[in-house]
Design a binder for this molecule. Structure first.
Ligand code: C5P
Length: 135
């Protein structure tokens, strides 16, 4: 057994910016979250880096190749031992399509404020707005 403290498992979410807009994806499940909007992403597998997990998830969910960039915003605790983190994701190739979501949309700063975001992702609104306002 290792003496190293157990690290939190991570769920990663990608903030893709393009031409002054941010990509949001509309969830289809679970029922409580269906219809609400999020930064797309998913759970980091064991022995996988957050960067690789984000690239894998966005390929699976959006059919795009991305390069994972810097963290954005705070850690959002999901449950004991599980934390949600947002990263910038730079589009390398492909045009995002909703393979796993109901639909996708690109929002500017004003539109972001009017979207029904999932509660967890609302924690990142200040940084997302700052980025959109700077673009
Ligand atoms: O998308 P998935 O169901 O794999 O996400 C795992 C967990 O992370 C879920 O509880 C989901 O609600 C949460 N999540 C979130 N915001 C995101 C992505 C995932 O709250 N942008």
């Amino acid at each position: 057994m290792s003496d190293a403290p157990a690290r939190d498992r991570e769920v990663v979410a990608g903030a893709i910016f393009r031409e002054g807009r941010l990509l949001l994806a509309q969830r289809t499940s679970p029922p409580a979250l269906a219809g609400r909007w999020e930064l797309p992403g998913g759970k980091v597998e064991e022995f996988e880096s957050p960067q690789n997990a984000l690239a894998r998830e966005l390929l699976e969910e959006l059919a795009v190749e991305v390069r994972c960039g810097a963290r954005i915003g705070v850690d959002v605790p999901l449950s004991p031992g599980l934390v949600l983190r947002a990263y910038r994701a730079e589009l390398v190739s492909g045009e995002p399509v909703a393979l796993d979501h109901a639909q996708l949309t690109w929002v500017d700063a004003e539109e972001l404020l009017s979207m029904d975001l999932v509660d967890n992702d609302r924690a990142w609104i200040p940084e997302l707005l700052a980025e959109l306002s700077a673009l």
